[in-house]
Design a protein around this ligand. Structure first.
Ligand code: GLU
Length: 470
């Protein structure tokens, strides 16, 4: 007999008022992992009810950020604003059932009452019309407020925060539908989560207080309450609120800085979730291991050094063609043209050893640019000094020697340079240094014979001759 396990449905519900920041990216990752771990669904809902602050640029930036991170969502993204009729319908249902009521207070009146309550040190619950529905004026604008319970307490068994209890008397009769007919976020989020079949709400712990208010809408509608997991916010390395300098940037900034999506996923995963002492956790492992129970309760601290060291790890693990796919845009931008097939072949060979010493993608670019056809090379001051005087013409002689090599391989190249040096009664370094300068222009490079092998006989000889002619 098979027991049917209800499907897990998670969602990421950003408000499109800015880029996809690092905290949002982590929330999205956790929701994505939970769904993928259990073969469930990960949904994307754009909470665009605040029309003044929502922008299409932000929606695009959020989608692009999620895509870059490799967090694919199921089905189409849902626009919360497009569901306003359904939100209004639920508000009317609550009104008819007596779980909500009409509030005719004007904004000015509410403001005065709120201030009076504050001065008197009393809570303001916005409930002046709660017991006065028989006095309702005709044709006057009204908002719809929920009738919160006044007795008892509510406990949320939050998967991360543990049991959290709030006295119902602390809750205000919040507005569900504004007098202009627009639903509030508090109503929309519950209706949407219910209608979308969301079973697990994983979000920042700045929403924990909202959960207690939202709970009452679920109860009033007789809907199942989702599992809650409110995750601690990300702080800077100094424990303070995350500032831009400390990493509070959009995901695209991390892409621009040269971090790999796989490294970012690993970093964001570990920033608040643990699996023993494991630091390197691939996405494949994470989709097998992720759970809500192992999310930490303490605030996490963002640490650029850790992102760098993870990135270095993931860079080393990539093949030449994978590295090329990441380095291509920057190289083509510098060249102002597409890479040729020959350059691609060289780069596929050269990039893995360059990645050994790199932390971020830009660290690869200088070394990689050596393998593109950029003659005549511009020389660094040091390289120019190495090629001054007799060394220029000497490069022409080395070119002739290397041109004669029948098999263009590391060993043969090295042997040819050595025998050239011996024949001229020169120390090997006296030949190798200017050759390196002529071929690299002074840019950082690895083993000389390897560099020449990858660069190819024709390009090597041509670069040496350029110096002989200079
Ligand atoms: N739209 C809310 C935000 O961006 C998230 C709401 C939720 O996850 O319930 O903070």
């Amino acid at each position: 007999m098979t027991i049917a396990v209800p499907e897990i449905v998670t969602r990421f519900a950003p408000s499109p008022t800015g880029f996809l920041h690092i905290g949002g990216a982590r929330t999205a990752l956790y929701n994505w992992l939970l769904a993928r771990r259990h073969g469930g669904k990960f949904l994307l809902r754009i909470e665009d009810t605040d029309k003044k602050r929502s922008t299409t640029e932000a929606i695009d930036a959020i989608s692009a950020g999620l895509k870059w991170l490799g967090l694919d969502w199921d089905g189409d993204a849902v626009s919360q604003a497009s569901r306003a009729d359904r939100h209004r319908e639920v508000a009317q249902t609550l009104l008819k059932a007596g779980n909500a009521y009409k509030c005719f207070a004007s904004p000015e009146e509410l403001k005065t009452l709120r201030e009076e309550a504050r001065t008197a040190g009393k809570p303001f619950r916005g409930d002046i019309w709660r017991n006065r529905q028989d006095e309702a004026p005709e044709d006057a604008p009204y908002s719809i407020r929920i009738k919160m319970p006044r007795e008892g307490a509510e406990t949320i068994a939050d998967t991360v925060q543990g049991d959290v209890t709030v006295q119902n008397a602390e809750l205000d009769d919040m507005i569900l539908l504004r007098s202009d007919g627009n639903p509030t976020y508090m109503l929309a989020v519950v209706v949407d989560d219910h209608d979308m079949g969301v079973t697990h709400v994983v979000r920042g712990d700045d929403h924990l207080n909202n959960a207690f208010r939202q709970l009452q809408i679920y109860s009033a509608m007789g809907w199942d309450i989702p599992v809650y997991a409110h995750i601690p916010l990300i702080h800077g390395p100094d424990g303070k609120k995350l500032s831009k300098r400390h990493g509070a940037l959009g995901v695209e900034a991390y892409e621009e800085m040269g971090f790999l999506p796989a490294a970012m996923r690993n970093y964001l995963l570990r920033l608040g979730w643990s699996h023993g002492d494991d630091e390197i956790i691939t996405t494949e492992q994470a989709t097998g291991w992720f759970n809500l129970e192992n999310i930490g309760r303490g605030p996490s601290r963002f640490d650029f050094d850790k992102v760098d060291s993870l990135n270095a790890h993931y860079l080393k693990a990539l093949s030449g063609s994978e590295l090329l796919s990441f380095a291509r845009i920057a190289l083509e931008n510098t060249l102002s043209r597409p890479l040729s097939e020959l350059e691609e072949c060289r780069l596929i060979k050269a990039l893995p050893s360059l990645a050994e010493r790199a932390k971020r993608l830009p660290d690869l670019h200088e070394g990689a640019s050596l393998f593109c056809n950029t003659r005549p090379l511009s020389l660094s001051e040091k390289a120019a000094n190495l090629l001054a005087g007799d060394n220029g013409p000497l490069m022409g002689d080395v070119a002739t020697e290397l041109e004669a090599i029948p098999v263009w391989k590391h060993e043969e190249i090295k042997a040819a340079i050595m025998s050239f040096a011996t024949a001229r009664d020169l120390k090997p370094g006296k030949v190798m240094q200017p050759v390196r300068a002529a071929v690299t222009g002074g840019k950082q490079s690895g083993d000389l014979a390897d560099t020449l092998e990858i660069l190819g006989q024709e390009e090597t000889v041509a670069r040496l001759r350029d110096q002989a002619a200079a």
